[in-house]
Design a protein around this ligand. Sequence first.
Ligand code: OSB
Ligand code: MG
Length: 369
Amino acid sequence: MLTIERAELYVLRLPLKFRFETSFGVQTEKQVPLLLLHGGGLTGLSEGVMESLPMYREETIGGALAFLTGAGLPGVLGHSFANPEAVGASLASWRGNRMAKAMLEMAAWDLWARQLEMPLWQLLGGDKTAVEVGVSLGIQASEAATVEAVKQHVAQGYRRIKLKIKPGWDAAPVQAVRQAFPELALTVDANSAYTLADTAKLQALGEFKLDYIEQPLAWDDLHDHATLQRRLATPLCLDESIASAADTRKALATDAGRVINLKVGRVGGHSEARRVHDVARSFGVPVWCGGMLESGVGRAHNIHLSTLPNFSKPGDTASASRYFATDTVNEALEAENGLMPVPSGPGIGVSLNREFVEAQADYHQEFVP
Ligand code: OSB
Ligand code: MG
């Protein structure tokens, strides 16, 4: 039984160690929503992946706070559930808000695993104690700076490099990197910056032996991705467009993509992430674990999920120390030679750095039934 007695919500502001530029904007700090679910003397932790403004998908931190305080938390506080899936299922009648729902569902999984004194990855059905990771590099100031950034991360052992691209910043940096690293596992991510009118430009990237092109077209459009995939030899990887297992089925049944970037915080939690994973596997399509510049809480969840068998390409779950000088958790989450060890303690295997969380909090509320 999973009984949720009390909850706390935080929104923190953390300085990022690097300027992260994508086709949709520039980030120099990260706002981190955290949820704590207390029950039976234990605490389950989760981190939201929504941002303050709807630049990646449609959800926002403000919307998540409205959903959680108005519907999500009142629906679970003081209630008992058979398991974490039942927590997720109890939220199903509310429309959308999958990132906000994921916060409740993921904290419930952590609490559940801590109660059972098992690492989350074992409960999820994972089969490895370390996961392969790559890195997602933002748009740099020049081609030379791009090659230099790639060089540094290759030297650190990352097993795949993903370059952010946008119209006007695509073939030239990709060519420069491919020339410097002929054998590197290389991908690009456009975050929805192109349209079908750019088909020729995207076809031209084919000569750089990219493993896949991530989310070139609109965040909510599977149909155009299917049209584009018919015209491209390079596999498309879907990120923004996949919010559920149903989206995955529709995407793969229409060949709108041949790889899935799976973010547990985007699809509503671990139960739905597992269903996405399984649908992809039934189509013979690999998944890999994406990231949203998470602090240690969200990063630990991502690492546990990445132990499932169809995570067969390196994820974006790079070392936590790359992103933040001080993290929300006490434990280090550091990859070595491109392998991220899975925390082995109960639940997600990391503990909250309360003093730091308190110090960085713009918002903190406690909720009781
Ligand atoms: O598209 O995968 C993306 C970060 C924020 C929003 C969207 C994306 C990303 C990343 C960074 O690519 C991945 C990471 O290092 O966490
Ligand atoms: Mg992406």
